[in-house]
Design a protein around this ligand. Structure first.
Ligand code: NDP
Length: 706
């Protein structure tokens, strides 16, 4: 092993400062995975973990709380752009972890992509406030004066995130992004062997100047006592081995102190080949390709990699031969910086030792090596020479077969490297049973072009998995792949996989929030949530007979600067005639009998005779509430939750009441969204229809000044 002047201590970022231990003590050595060169040392002795947690809970919470959900989401986009422009710095470091260019893209670009995705989902799907409503209001008293509902608000502590070594950037950002949007400060703890890449990413994020103070802290080195500092206010998300997860889960602060603990651990993911996917079909080819990708990307060090290929009994030799042929044709093992290399080293010599040990155990238990060798492989170096590099953590891809498909070793032992097994099944029931023997996994692929096979297999294994990826000729090119969790969908899995859902769209944001039932009057529910609730006070313009206040301005004439929730408009009554219903039917072609044939309509239990079209009523309502002159309302972009409740026969009258319910200023635009609660009533006050009208309204009344 050579020493290098770069072998400095990797700093932590604590309480707004970069920190290394005083006196430059020794630390755990971190080596280049390809060459064994000493890259850095890691030592967190003396790091004030209690101070970091306290800093997050105080400064971090305060500074993040100054922004709304949308404003924080926008910061993520700006961070992503900043990192995107500086990716090369991270790539240079990533190669030293044994990662190829493609591996590094998965980690670095993938991580940046998570920030972009969360940014846009956060701004599209969440309110621009700090309270998220969960479900509709439940009226709890006869007169409507007492009601209840659920809200989400952020948890008051920190999000401690302990990450695995395999994806130092993506693994960190996938947890940071939802915590940040929620408004919860992160304390990231990357794994020692690759933590220097995470440190570089954090350094860039800090340098960007975009992070609110205290929103991100970093522990470089061990964090064995971090849990001692956490309590029910905090969340701890862990990715790594099941044994570490189990010891953390048993910590008194989790068991008794209420720390919200989730984990993502080992997973013996399966890929099932359908009986229809015989050699020569596009499905067979896609399956083989997927196997090789999953075995070799990140040298198989992926929590989602395929460990068990479950294929029709008679096809085991075909699959082994085809996977072997593709590995021979495509895979060149070596230093990722060398020309032509397609699979790099494992992350460390310890990891290499662990993987070899697991494979030896599998062979001792009955597995047979069907492809590859346990000997150190010949690898390509940057000089272009092919030789065995003892100091590098290289190994050959390995494929095992099993006579006993129920052998516990194939379903229970995880070799966290370029290792997979092929086992045969007799029928679909057995395929499901074998997949379930993984005792809970992150992901499984179902590869078939037969809808019924897909249905039986997917529904059969779904409850054992966090994600099921269906592969056929239609998705072979477009699929993001078996092993690529996407930020939109659940990443996690039951049982052995840990039970966590750290990633998965907006639910991951809510994972950092507390759901609370709140009860009170519609006025107080409105005040707390910022969303107008039926029964709460309003300022009504329009028809005096329906509650309008004299002098009140039609809310469509107000910009967001002037508009308040509860600003409303009540129209006068409008009579419905048979001639109008008939004309609408013929004009639109909607001559459904209930609108044109009185006898047929009367026979229908829902109608008293000919009734007005629902769409006619909604159109009339628009005519009743419209303010035709140009003004701050720029566009109507849709309706939501439209329900027709009471039929309207000719001779009845209708009126509409429109109330500003939810106002969402857009952080990037000069306008915002206003959702209006619309209720159409008949002359007796019965509810005819309810819906939300969605409009875009200027923040300031500038385009067509009122
Ligand atoms: P570990 O469980 O040893 O380490 C994972 C993380 O936990 C590291 O950051 C580690 O820090 C930290 N850690 C370990 N012990 C403690 C503790 N007592 N308190 C606080 N933090 C702790 O996993 P490995 O690195 O050995 O990874 C190997 C296994 O993890 C793989 O074989 C695989 O099964 C699993 N894994 C699962 C992944 C998934 O996404 N599901 C991804 C990657 C790995 P430090 O490095 O400083 O020890």
């Amino acid at each position: 092993m050579t020493t290098s002047p770069m072998a400095q201590l990797v700093p932590s970022y604590a309480q707004g400062q970069w920190w290394t231990p005083a006196g430059d003590p020794a630390g755990t050595q971190v080596l280049d995975a390809n060459t064994g060169e000493l890259l850095a040392r890691v030592n967190s002795d003396g790091l004030d973990l209690a101070g970091m947690v306290n800093y997050g809970r105080t400064v971090g919470q305060r500074e993040l709380g100054k922004l709304s959900l949308h404003e924080r989401a926008l910061v993520l986009k700006e961070l992503a752009q900043y990192l995107n422009a500086r990716r090369e710095e991270l790539y240079a470091l990533s190669f030293q972890t044994g990662a190829t260019k493609i591996d590094s893209m998965v980690d670095i670009d993938g991580g940046i992509g998570v920030l972009f995705t969360y940014s846009s989902k956060g701004r599209r799907e969440l309110p621009n406030s700090n309270v998220i409503l969960d479900g509709p209001m439940e009226v709890l008293s006869k007169d409507g004066s007492f009601a209840g509902e659920h809200i989400y608000t952020r948890i008051p502590g920190v999000a401690a995130q302990i990450n695995a070594f395999n994806f130092p950037v993506w693994g960190m950002l996938e947890k940071f992004a939802p915590a940040f949007i929620a408004g919860v400060p992160t304390i990231a703890k990357p794994a020692t062997p690759t933590g220097y890449v995470a440190e570089a990413a954090v350094r860039l994020m800090v340098e960007s100047g975009l992070l609110p103070e205290g929103s991100l802290q970093l522990i470089s080195g061990s964090a064995r006592t971090l849990l001692d500092e956490l309590d029910y206010r905090d969340v701890l998300a862990f990715t790594g081995s099941a044994s570490t997860a189990n010891s953390l889960k048993a910590h008194v602060n989790v068991v008794e102190g209420g720390v919200r603990f989730t984990c993502e651990t080992d997973s013996l993911n399966a890929a099932i080949l359908g009986p229809d996917a015989v050699p020569g079909t596009p499905e067979f080819d896609a399956f083989v390709k997927s196997m090789v990708t999953e075995m070799t990307v990140k040298a198989g060090q992926k929590c989602t990699a395929i460990r068990r290929a479950i294929v029709p009994q008679g096809m085991v030799p075909d699959v082994v031969a085809a996977v072997g042929a593709r590995l021979d044709a495509r895979i060149v093992v070596g230093d990722p910086r060398a020309e032509g290399v397609t699979m790099g080293a494992l992350a460390s010599l310890e990891q290499l030792r662990d993987v070899r040990g697991a494979v030896e155990e599998m062979i001792a238990a009955g597995g047979e090596l069907a492809y590859g060798t346990l000997d150190a492989p010949v690898v390509r170096s940057t000089s272009g020479e092919d030789s065995v590099v003892d100091a590098g953590a290289f190994m050959s891809p390995l494929l095992l077969t099993w006579d006993d498909v129920r052998n516990q070793a194939v379903h229970g032992l995880e070799a966290f490297g370029p290792v997979s097994s092929v086992i045969g099944y007799a029928d679909l029931d057995e395929a499901i049973e074998l997949a379930a023997m993984g005792s809970g996994s992150l992901v499984a692929t179902v590869c078939t072009n037969d809808g019924e096979t897909a249905r039986v297999l997917t529904t059969g294994i779904a409850a054992h998995h966090g994600r099921v990826h269906m592969l056929n000729r239609e998705t072979a090119r477009s699929s993001t792949g078996h092993g690529s969790p996407v930020p939109h969908l659940v990443h996690g899995g039951p049982g052995r996989a840990g039970g966590g859902e750290e990633l998965g769209g907006i639910r991951a944001v809510k994972h950092h929030m507390q759901r609370t039932a709140i009860q009170g009057s519609p006025n107080l529910l409105t005040a707390v949530t910022g969303v107008w609730h039926t029964g709460a006070d309003r300022v009504i313009a329009g028809a005096a007979e329906f509650g309008a206040v004299e002098g009140a301005i039609h809310p469509f004439r107000k910009s967001l600067a002037e508009l308040n929730i509860g600003d409303a408009f009540a129209s006068p009554l409008r009579r419905v005639s048979l001639e109008e219903i008939t004309a609408f039917a013929h004009e639109t072609g909607d001559t459904f009998y209930a609108h044109v044939d009185n006898a047929a309509a009367e026979a229908n239990p829902f109608f008293p005779g000919i009734v007005a079209h629902g769409y006619l009523l909604v159109s009339w309502a628009a005519g009743l509430f419209v303010q035709p002159a140009p003004g701050p309302v720029l566009a109507n972009y849709g309706l939501e939750n439209l329900r027709f409740i009471t039929p309207v026969p000719a001779g009845d009258s209708i009126r509409v009441t429109l109330t500003a319910k939810k106002i969402t200023p857009r952080v990037t635009d000069e306008y915002g969204e206003v959702a209006w609660d619309a209720v159409i009533n008949n002359q007796d006050g019965e509810i005819v229809a309810t819906y939300d009208v969605l409009t875009l309204v200027e923040k300031e009344d500038v385009t067509y000044k009122n």
